[in-house]
Design a protein around this ligand. Structure first.
Ligand code: 13P
Length: 247
């Protein structure tokens, strides 16, 4: 069975003052019955880990190399050393802002595993691709080219994030989410076998809020969420964790 996971992506938000939100979250959820992960900016990983209690900490990207002359980049080993146990890879904002390709994401995932991190690999179609009816083709290609051989439910989480739903307040219909998540499970079964496919946590991401989390979590093959804006405040992220716990 796939682990239920509520993951938060703080993106380029937060300074040390924001750690008060993590304290509040831990106080409200001292023993969550689902996996909870927060991925702050790299500058906060160490300090967040020190106070995060049952909440796991992750990075938002890593370089594919373990070290070297790559100014401004961070290796998977460095994230691990700072206290991370996960790393988000291939987020659509990195694919757009930094022209990251599927093969680069694949190489980063292998680097993450080598450092002992679990990879949270993001895929998702643009609005143009959805309107053109190519959603499943785009997602199938991203999945096969970004997820390396050797992926298991223990080392990899897949996050489906339609680009047009991120930060927009627009979410797909539940049927649209179901269609993609069913497709992902089937694709994983074809590649890794039916038994292994059931072990992958498939997260939905894009405008998840306390008000829509419960209905999204009811969708078959949705094992949790990757949450952006609503993960910044304990008062928003806490109810999303609670909604997942009650499934
Ligand atoms: P929002 O929840 O702010 O739409 O962001 C989703 C996201 O991109 C998480 O990685």
């Amino acid at each position: 069975m796939a682990r239920k996971i509520a993951a938060g992506n703080w993106k380029m938000n937060g300074t040390r003052a924001a750690l008060a939100e993590v304290e509040a979250l831990v106080n409200a959820h001292p023993a969550p019955r689902v996996g909870v992960i927060l991925c702050p900016p790299a500058t906060l990983i160490c300090a967040m880990k020190a106070i995060a209690g049952p909440i796991a900490v992750g990075g938002q990207d890593c370089h594919a190399e373990p070290s070297g002359a790559h100014t401004g980049d961070i290796s998977a080993q460095q994230l691990c050393d700072a206290g991370a146990s996960y790393v988000i890879l291939g987020h659509s904002e990195r694919r757009a802002d930094h022209a990251e390709t599927d093969p680069q994401v694949e190489a980063k995932a292998q680097a993450a595993w080598a450092a002992g991190l679990q990879a949270v690999i993001c895929i998702g179609e643009t609005e143009t691709e959805r309107d053109a009816g190519t959603t499943l083709a785009v997602i199938g290609e991203q999945l096969s080219a970004s997820v390396p051989e050797g992926a298991t439910g223990a080392n990899t989480i897949i996050a489906y994030e339609p680009v047009w739903a991120i930060g927009t307040g627009r979410t797909p219909t539940l049927a649209q989410i179901a269609e993609v998540h069913d497709f992902l499970r089937a694709e994983l079964a074809e590649r890794f076998g039916a038994d292994q496919a059931t072990e992958f946590s498939l997260l939905y991401g894009g405008s998840v809020k306390p008000s829509n989390a419960a209905e999204i979590f009811q969708v078959a093959n949705v094992d949790g969420a990757l949450v952006g804006g609503a993960s910044l405040k304990a008062a928003d992220f806490g109810p999303i964790i609670a909604a997942l716990e009650s499934i």
